[in-house]
Design a protein around this ligand. Structure first.
Ligand code: NCD
Length: 307
């Protein structure tokens, strides 16, 4: 039995296969409509979510399966003091696979140790978000035709933004990727990312987006993660530190695509939405195909031609 806890749990070849499968799902949705008949996914969400939870649920429904779950810690027995280990033992009796989002780093990993069904990490604290990364990779690959050979700017809250940590990890495995990390000094990527993940790769840290935007092939914008700040004043001081607008977009390449895991707050002005380079709503659609492909893979239901 396999879980997905970190973006590196799948090899580069396996990620390729997953994205190929997701691409086929996009083209031939009918072929996949009953592959999960009779199967259930449990969505165990201890932290708020719109996209991730609904897209896991849509993914399972598109495959013919069904969904059970909860959407906040308050509405689960966690509020009575039940441990994650007990919850997952029980959920293993109800469902065939589960997606867990938790405010504690490592909670899905602990759950996987007590689970008899595959566990998918749907975001753990400020740590990782591997399924968002798969959606990001599919978006980049479909826009550029390849992964690798690119300069990517990651902008905003690089300290607490788990999607950033996971995407950096995943992209270090491709050839010739230059990372430009754009953040205020207080929101730099954690030192373990610099020392263990980016070490030996081409990267630089800058404060100004305008200074580097013309170099980028991909711009990955992120929200300042309000819920992970220790005090409100720091959040208020930093929340609007980057706002991508059409003035800045005019300085960028005609082929520089803008990604954002969403939700957006103020960091991308709505005028950018109609620019053909805005790819963040495409990302949402790709995320459903990728999650369908992932459910099939972890349940060992992948059609023969994609094995
Ligand atoms: C992200 C998350 O939850 O980490 N959202 C998502 O899953 N698409 C990004 C965020 O909350 O800022």
């Amino acid at each position: 039995m396999r879980h997905l806890l970190s973006p590196l749990d799948f090899s580069v070849e396996e990620v390729d296969q997953l994205l190929n499968l997701a691409g086929d799902i996009e083209k031939n949705p009918k072929k996949y409509a009953h592959l999960c008949d009779g199967k259930k996914i449990a969505t165990l969400f201890y932290e708020p979510s719109t996209r991730t939870r609904l897209s896991f649920e849509a993914a399972m429904l598109n495959l013919g399966g069904s969904v059970i779950g909860f959407s906040s810690a308050q509405s689960s027995s966690a509020s009575k003091g039940e441990s994650g280990a007990d919850t997952i033992r029980m959920v293993s009796c109800y469902a065939d696979i589960c997606a867990m989002r938790h405010f504690k780093e490592g909670a899905p990993m602990v759950a996987s140790m007590h689970s008899s069904i595959p566990v998918i990490n749907a975001g753990d604290g400020g740590h990782q978000h591997p399924t968002q990364t798969m959606a990001d990779l599919m978006t980049i690959r479909s826009l550029q035709g390849h992964l690798g050979n690119m300069t990517i700017g990651l902008c905003g809250d690089l300290k607490f933004g788990r999607t950033v940590h996971s995407l950096i990890k995943a992209l270090t495995r491709y050839e010739n990727v230059t990372f430009i990390l754009i953040s205020p000094p207080e929101l730099r990527v954690p030192s373990y990312i610099r020392e263990e993940v980016l070490n030996g790769h081409s990267y630089r840290e800058v404060i100004s987006l305008e200074e580097v935007i013309s170099e980028l092939d991909i711009l990955y914008m992120t929200r300042v993660q309000k819920e992970r700040f220790f005090n409100e004043e720091d959040y208020i001081r930093m929340k609007d530190c980057y706002i991508l607008d059409m003035r800045k977009m005019r300085m960028a390449k005609e082929t520089m695509y803008v990604l954002h895991p969403l939700p957006r707050v103020n960091e991308i002005s709505v005028e950018v939405d109609s620019d053909p380079r805005a790819a963040y709503f495409k990302q949402v659609q790709y995320a459903v195909y990728v999650r369908m492909a992932l459910i099939l893979t972890l349940l060992d239901l992948v059609p023969e031609e994609f094995r």
